[in-house]
Design a protein around this ligand. Sequence first.
Ligand SMILES: [Fe+2]
Length: 298
Amino acid sequence: MNIMSWCKVRFLSVFLGVLFLFSCSLMHECNARELDKVGDGDVIVEWLGHGSFLFISTDGKRILLDPWLSTNPRCPGKYRKKGGFEKVDIILWTHGHVDHFMLDDAKALVEQYNPKIIAPWELNFFIKSEIPEANCQIFTLGNKGSSAEVDGIQITMTEASHSAGAQLTGFEGKNRFVGEAVGYILGFKNGLKIYHAGDTALMGDMKTIIGDFYKPHVSILPIGGVFTMGSEEAAHACKLLQSPIVIPEHYGTFPVLEQTADKFSQLVGEKCPGSKAIVLEPGQPLVINQTMIFPAQQ
Ligand SMILES: [Fe+2]
């Protein structure tokens, strides 16, 4: 390599490095800007990769849903560390599969934060048998169709069409029946309702019960295919649910799953004019304020 070529390569690598650092700082700034806009009545939604979510309620309660942290390839590094969360008030589990309920993660979260735990009835008892100190709300909310107020949040357990056994020792290990899979609707004090479908197939309940009766403003839907709905089914689910905001999840984790939400976003744009698809990056909080959801009331 002559001196001119070396200089060109050197210049290009320095330029790309500066560009990368600038992009990182811009991304960080965007997150900070979003958090700056948080008001008392706002709710924050943060995707932790795959089916895992962190919600922060209008009065600062931290709710984790299906926290799969330690071996989740898309979980932000800060949440894999001990003490990664400021606090955890409630954990919701949708079913026992290891990519949603990982026993080691559950033990660590219980030990660090002592959260209230909501899970399907049989999974609750399994958790208690494996983690005796777990604060399972077994008699508060234990089955599909029931609702309860927990820490000021109205939580409803919904149908989900999926299997649900617990894998005790990872993806290769023994399996145990721990009840059926569910979804959740979270009703916050400002009137906002968020539906997390859990792992599910497309199902009629999305119109007849969840869409028509509960009317969620935000629906979080699996789009990855293979184990759940794919993009086409999820886009049809958006038509049934009629939520103003839809958020894709359960994709891009493994090579067998859909790798991006591009197709889902395109289909929502074409088929669901009343819904806007918001594609999150893991670790990037989304502030949902009342202007986004209830524009007519402002
Ligand atoms: Fe899953």
